[in-house]
Design a protein around this ligand. Structure first.
Ligand code: KG4
Ligand code: ZN
Length: 352
């Protein structure tokens, strides 16, 4: 039989994503982002994001169908992110997916956003360049490090649909959020991640030793795989304030490079600790922070040194998108799982 044709809807943060896959083959990945509308607030505003999803939903669905050259009636199933994420934003996607499923008489699968990021790595297709590792060859078990503006999570994935374990996550800011906040205090525009990345290229990563959150021996028992970035952000703020207070010029490039180094170091130290402790020789990266040049470079260096196979989907599948949700949905269909009953809601703190 043909592999299942699945449409996936993602609205957990500021990206309205609609993707279409046939099994593991990517057919469409349409995205509309409300990032520009959040810029003047210096961060994603939940209410603004929800309204933007509502406006973007129908055109984005239409674009995905056109890109994939399929019609709604051809679909075998619909998949939708039901959490974790911003409650109001999630609700728009869930409501749209239910409306589609009911009106078309198609099965609906509610899926977890974080597991969706891992599902992205299953996809193959002609347009998937820029990946690390062979496209569509996800092997399990794997450790997955998911780093974006909304989450920073370390997962142990033994089976994509039935066995995903959260090893650790941030106890305060997400890594991308830390980039955005530090960029703001350095006077760089939002979103700050790409700005810091750019400015850091001209700086010395060893100029200032910023703290690596939750890495002291006393932290390692309870928080071995957890992250904390708020202390790092405060430390950067203090360092900058001191220079400004003394009437000295702030070496922005050195601060950016040293901050970026601290984030990349702690992310990859903890991820590779997990690989080693648990005897899992694979590491998968996902989330918008994967665009960071130093994170990518250090991941390659450390994985090579540890004998760990590194996998990074192309960036278009690392940032939030609907194709990864469709991909996970297709796995659920193929594995014979029953569809979700229509009474599920959005769950902003949904566990894996
Ligand atoms: O996955 P993503 O597109 O979606 C959300 O979290 O909504 O991630 C966006 C985050 C932002 O915080 C942005 O500053 C960060 O990823 N980011 C980066 C880079 N590019 C995007 N952080 C560090 N370096 C980058 N090059
Ligand atoms: Zn995400």
């Amino acid at each position: 039989p043909q592999e299942p044709l699945v449409l996936g809807i993602e609205t957990s943060c500021d990206e309205t994503g609609v993707g279409i896959v046939r099994g593991r083959t990517l057919l469409a990945n349409a995205i509309a982002s409300s990032m520009d509308e959040h810029a003047r607030f210096g961060g994603v505003v939940p209410e603004v994001a929800a309204r933007a999803h509502l406006e973007a939903m129908t055109p984005t669905i239409e674009r995905a169908l056109a890109d994939a050259d399929v019609e709604l009636r051809d679909l075998d199933a619909i998949a939708v992110t039901c959490g974790p994420g911003l409650a109001g934003a999630l609700m728009v996607g869930v409501a749209a997916a239910k409306a589609l499923a009911v009106s078309l008489g198609k099965p609906l699968y509610a899926v977890n956003h974080l597991v969706g990021h891992v599902g992205a790595d299953l996809l193959q297709g002609p347009s998937l360049r820029g990946a690390v590792g062979e496209a569509g060859e996800l092997e399990l078990p794997t450790i997955a490090l998911l780093v974006s503006g909304g989450h920073t999570s370390l997962l142990l994935v033994r089976d994509l649909v039935s066995d995903v374990e959260m090893l650790g996550e941030t106890i305060d800011d997400a890594a991308g959020e830390a980039f955005d906040k530090v960029a703001r205090l350095l006077g760089l525009p939002y979103p700050g991640g790409p700005q810091i990345d750019r400015v850091a290229e001209g700086g010395d990563p060893n100029a200032i030793r910023f703290p690596r959150g939750l890495s002291l021996p006393k932290d390692m028992e309870k928080h071995r795989y957890d992250f904390s970035f708020s202390g790092l952000k405060t430390s950067v703020a203090r360092w900058v304030e001191k220079r400004v207070g003394a009437g000295e010029e702030v070496p922005v490039a050195d601060v950016a490079a040293s901050f970026r180094e601290a984030v990349a170091d702690v992310l990859l130290t903890k991820a590779l600790n997990a690989c080693k402790d648990l005897g899992v020789p694979r590491l998968l990266l996902g989330g918008g922070v994967v665009a960071n040049a130093r994170v990518r470079e250090l991941a390659q260096e450390r994985a090579l040194a540890a004998g760990v196979e590194l996998r990074v989907p192309p960036l278009s599948l690392c940032t939030d998108n609907g194709a990864m949700i469709a991909s996970l949905g297709a796995q659920l269909v193929a594995a014979g799982y029953a569809p979700s009953s229509l009474d599920f809601g959005a769950d902003s703190t949904l566990p894996v």
